[in-house]
Design a binder for this molecule. Structure first.
Ligand SMILES: Nc1ncnc2c1ncn2[C@@H]1O[C@H](COP(=O)(O)OP(=O)(O)OP(=O)(O)O)[C@@H](O)[C@H]1O
Ligand SMILES: [Mg+2]
Length: 451
């Protein structure tokens, strides 16, 4: 996570596109548009404040059928940027005032993702120190009778401790039960601080207060396995080495300036004839989204988050509605439009092999854990791509996801009996593919269920 990768802020659009190329085949236009949007965010940050406020960030609307890379592009961008990222579905939200999730919760979720990310990084930096402290505390629990101050002088005590240390490291104590005081107050404090104002939070906080008064002391002795104790101690020690104020500050900056929110299924809250009640509430969701996208202040348990510079990427298939069916104000907030196209058989072939996490690489790796070496012939890969493309045409078009169903079927036998093939190399030839898939692919009814 902390490897020295070039910050997305320093990357020019062509470099961003090149990085996306490592994972996403085709969709050149979408990649370019995203790269420009990301770069514009950096450019805007460099402007003097008075002009900066005039330049509104440009959000993106991705339009395209299912399974062609919309979510994947957004996810990769976030990974590249090391930016807090969340993916939400527009249909999950309900208009303010109705029961359900209000749209502001997406900002709280983004901030939560940011906090987790920063904490993780800070923990990684202090990794060795935390590990050392955890080990000492576990040893104290395992050797309660031995006075630590004596350990330095008394040779045999010191030796015992070292012997226990190596046993602890080897994991022999993992399932052993020990007694340990668990701090109840810590949790209460967290929840009280953590209330963000919603009804649910309030209820949680109230019940925490109740708990606080019912348990006279903050600590309760619990019987736990060493393994579980280690987790708890790790959390406690992490809290000690991570400065929470610093973590929250950093997380807030990251969420506000680099955060990316991917709103999927935006087309499902658009409607072309606002007559029924459900249309009205969908429009309500759009109206609720509007201020957040425009830039507003949302209160979270970590403080108020300004949404002005958060990048929003909305996506949808728009097969039953058009972007112009969104309310005009919202359309205006997503000025960058990009269309993703259906993938061709040729692109399927490339998706099978080229991306860093390509499906064939995944299967090879999976089966290699059982000592089976799988080799795919080039001809076979072309055949798989062709079949996937054909099935998409005769049945529902599910885009690249079809490759997964086809591959799964193709390698079913292998996956089932891999344990008996230890040490062997299996060549997936064109014949192997034809034998297992042609019969199914050509039978429309059959392929509908199986592929
Ligand atoms: N152009 C592509 N290059 C590489 N892999 C792809 C591409 N398009 C899709 N995939 C793979 O197919 C799967 C589905 O893609 P993705 O989640 O991006 O679909 P989507 O366009 O968001 O579809 P939906 O509208 O259903 O959400 C992912 O596992 C992804 O890796
Ligand atoms: Mg998607």
């Amino acid at each position: 996570m902390l490897e020295n990768k070039k910050s997305l802020d320093d990357m020019v659009p062509s470099e961003i596109v090149r990085s996306l190329d490592e994972y996403i085949v085709g969709q050149e236009e979408a990649k370019r548009t995203i790269a420009i949007a990301i770069r514009n965010r950096v450019r805007r940050k460099r402007l003097p404040e008075d002009i900066r406020d005039e330049v509104t960030p440009k959000n993106i609307l991705m339009i395209g059928p299912t399974g062609v890379g919309k979510t994947e592009i957004a996810r990769r961008i976030a990974k590249l940027a090391n930016a807090p990222f969340i993916k939400v579905e527009a249909t999950k939200y309900t208009e303010v005032g109705y029961v359900g999730r209000d749209v502001e919760s997406m900002i709280r979720d983004l901030m939560a993702a940011s906090v987790a990310m920063v904490r993780e990084e800070m923990a990684q930096q202090r990794h060795d120190e935390v590990d050392r402290r955890v080990e000492e505390r576990l040893l104290d629990l395992l050797l309660p009778a031995i006075d630590k101050s004596k350990a330095e002088t008394d040779v045999s005590v010191g030796e015992t401790r070292e012997r226990f240390r190596s046993m602890l490291r080897s994991g022999v104590f993992d399932e052993k039960e020990i007694e340990m005081p668990v701090d109840m107050k810590a949790h209460v404090g967290f929840e009280l601080m953590g209330s963000s104002g919603s009804m649910e939070d309030l209820q949680n906080a109230l019940s925490s207060i109740g708990n606080m008064f019912s348990s006279s002391s903050g600590k309760k002795t619990r019987k736990l396995s060493v393994k579980r104790a280690r987790e708890i101690i790790e959390e406690e020690e992490l809290d000690k080495v991570i400065d929470p104020d610093k973590a929250v500050d950093e997380a807030k900056t990251r969420a506000e300036e680099m955060g990316i929110i991917f709103i999927d299924e935006i087309d499902k809250v658009a409607s072309h004839n606002s007559t029924s009640n459900s249309d009205v509430s969908r429009e309500g969701v759009q109206r609720d989204i509007l201020p957040i996208v425009e830039g507003s202040k949302v209160s979270t348990k970590w403080g108020v988050i300004d949404t002005t510079n958060i990048l929003f990427i909305a996506a949808g298939a728009f097969s039953f509605s058009k972007p112009s069916d969104l309310i005009p104000e919202l359309q205006g907030r997503f000025p960058l439009r990009v269309e993703l196209h259906d993938l061709t058989a040729d692109e399927f072939y490339r998706i099978l092999t080229e991306p860093q996490n390509a499906i064939t690489k995944q299967y090879k790796a999976l089966l290699s854990t059982e000592g089976v070496n799988v080799e795919f012939d080039d001809e076979a890969l072309h055949e798989i791509a062709r079949i996937a493309s054909d099935v998409n045409q005769t049945n529902d078009n599910i885009g690249a996801r079809r490759l997964y169903t086809v591959m799964e079927k193709l390698l079913e036998e292998l996956a089932f009996s891999a344990d008996q093939l230890n040490g062997q190399t299996i060549n997936i030839t064109k014949g192997y593919v034809a034998e297992r898939l042609n019969g199914i692919a050509e039978d429309q009814d059959l392929s509908r269920y199986i592929l």
